[in-house]
Design a protein around this ligand. Sequence first.
Ligand code: CA
Length: 363
Amino acid sequence: MKRRDFLTTSALAIGVVGISGCYKEDKSYKDVNINRGKVVKLKLATSWPAHFPIMGTGVDNFAKSCGELSGGSLEIKVYPKNILVPALQVFDTASASQIDAFHSGVYYWKGKNSAFSIFGGMPLGLTSEEMITWLKFGGGIELWRELYGKFNLYPLIGGSTGPQMGGWFKKEIKSVSDLKGLKMRIPGLGGEVMKKLGVNPILLPAGEIFTSLERGTIDATEWVGPALDKMMGFDKAAKYYYKGWHEPGSILEITFNKNRWEKLSKEHQAIITTASEAMTANMVEEFRYKNAKALQELSNHIEIKTFPKDMMIEAKKALDEVLEDEAKKNIDFKRVLDNYNQFVKLNTPWNNISTKHILDIRG
Ligand code: CA
């Protein structure tokens, strides 16, 4: 036995020397890959412009990681929005097997099935870290995969934005009545809640938001957080920047055509899954750092505001109504909401005595 162990160890040692020798040459890692000679090429379309900060660069790095981790046997080519597919047609195009995968935001597809909006995040609900925990450990992703399966799609978590801000307002909101008749760019469940509070929610393409706000065609807009909002120049068009409530932890997706996913080798599936998890963690961290930096720069010339208490009380009531109505109309929505609420119930007592407690006392 001892001799055999010695021989195995020696062989491994020689192997390692051999492999590390190969790494001196550019791209020679291809020579040691078990998929040698069989390169799998995948087309991935996104809903973002090319190399869009944090979200777009996140998926660029994901594709690069898949190439490196697979020793070059997995080539994922990223197509920014409107190059291969229009931004909001990536879901249908992947479902129809015309592209292999896409990177986008889950709430865009609530027209397909309102239940999908819950996988994208909940107003006044879970933070990014909690959403990811629900999806991975609380049964969320199993439901997501079941419901996307009906569209021949297989979703993976593709990052998260961290807490988003409540938006930019040209006038101060002192009570819920100040919202009446206000035109605001706000999509998703947050938009539906705002509608119940008297807001006129407007859907605008990203490229038109700044001009509309500057000219007063709209009175307010939400976008993401300090880093990306500053890039859009919203601080030059509105003075009041409100703290968030409607997107506490929005989830992005890397979704594959299901047939294509199932035909991938186990090795490639593992590489993609691992790279998507690294991307998700990196994105949350990058958002945190860049939002903190941008806030520091913005805080000299804008006012950070908290929405009035009466508005948040009304928003909670309106949200309950929206969720209840949707659960009555759509059994899938009810199933996902029940599963989500089960996790909230489990998570809250622990969160309150751990993270929340520490944040409250540390100042
Ligand atoms: Ca947003």
